[in-house]
Design a protein around this ligand. Structure first.
Ligand code: R5P
Length: 285
């Protein structure tokens, strides 16, 4: 049975479709003091394997994940698989300053206590998988991003904002079946959060450009990347990411930078989540 956290309900339904596993109904409640309470509505229907699906986009979503694992075990599940379509705190993969935690390790350890196995989608760094204390693997859903792109892109150029994300741009380009790949050079000032992007060398004039990344969070990286194309004569500019976090005014930043359309998967449920990563996860289950 698939048991969704509140932030991964569409993903869980898509996973149920893709696997044929039943989708359990879960209630999400809160005590007057603010503490959370999830409840599996038909615990008797929980079978031997429970699949907890939690996009841990917030502290509450992390808590729900831990509660669901425990509720599934209480309901008699013998094996618990935890699917994290989006792993929150995944970008805090080292202590960036004295006195700071390795937050992804802290949450990975907590999640490991209630599960037999973890599957996640495009973690920011593969190294975070090692923080889990149970078998953990990552699914690459970047290829799915080719699907919603317009079919008639003109000599498309797939760009990643930095060299680290070039694999994702290559995967999208290969799945799209046309165009070329290049990357920008990105530097981030960790004190101020400011991002500076320098353009790559690739010819852009009169070409459709798709800027591809693993995640759009504040939109600073993407919007700076797109602004750096100003004056180079690109035709249409699109963005595509696996995890459309789109925090704060990210959508406005992208729109004012000149983006035609944003595409994302459903690892984080947003209006731009036009394609599902669930079929790729289903293959690994
Ligand atoms: C960083 O290396 C990632 O690949 C993303 O480029 C970054 O995390 C996006 O964050 P933001 O949208 O806040 O710039």
């Amino acid at each position: 049975m698939i048991l969704p956290g509140s932030t991964a309900q569409s993903f869980a339904a898509a996973l149920a479709d893709a696997t044929g596993e039943p989708l359990g109904r879960v209630g999400y409640d809160r005590f007057p003091d603010g503490e959370l309470l999830v409840e599996i509505e038909d615990p008797a229907a929980v079978d031997e394997r429970a699949i907890v699906v939690a996009a841990t986009t917030s502290s509450d979503a992390h808590l729900e994940c831990l509660q669901l694992q425990d509720a599934a075990r209480e309901a008699g599940a013998q094996e618990i698989v935890t699917v994290l379509p989006y792993m929150g705190y995944g970008r805090q993969d080292e202590a960036f300053g004295t006195g700071q935690p390795v937050s992804s390790r802290a949450v990975a350890r907590a999640i490991s206590t209630g599960t037999d196995r973890v599957l996640t989608v495009n973690p920011h760094e593969a190294a975070v998988l090692e923080f889990f204390e149970v078998p953990t693997s990552a699914v690459d859903a970047a290829g799915q991003l080719a699907e919603p792109l317009p079919p008639n892109l003109d000599d498309p150029l797939f760009l990643s904002p930095d060299e680290g994300a070039i694999d994702i741009a290559e995967t999208v380009q290969a799945a799209y079946g046309a165009g070329t790949v290049d990357h920008f050079v990105k530097e981030r000032d960790y004190d101020t959060g400011a991002v500076t992007i320098e353009t790559g060398e690739a010819a852009v004039a009169e070409r459709d450009v798709v800027v591809v990344d693993d995640i759009i969070a504040t939109g600073s990286t993407m919007s700076e990347a797109i602004r750096s194309l100003d004056g180079r004569g690109a035709a249409r500019i699109y963005t595509a990411c696996v995890h459309p976090m789109l925090a704060g005014n990210a959508v406005t930043k992208l729109a004012t930078a000149g983006v035609e359309r944003i595409y994302g998967t459903d690892t984080i449920e947003r209006p731009v989540s036009t394609v599902s990563a669930a079929p790729a996860v289903a293959e690994e289950l």
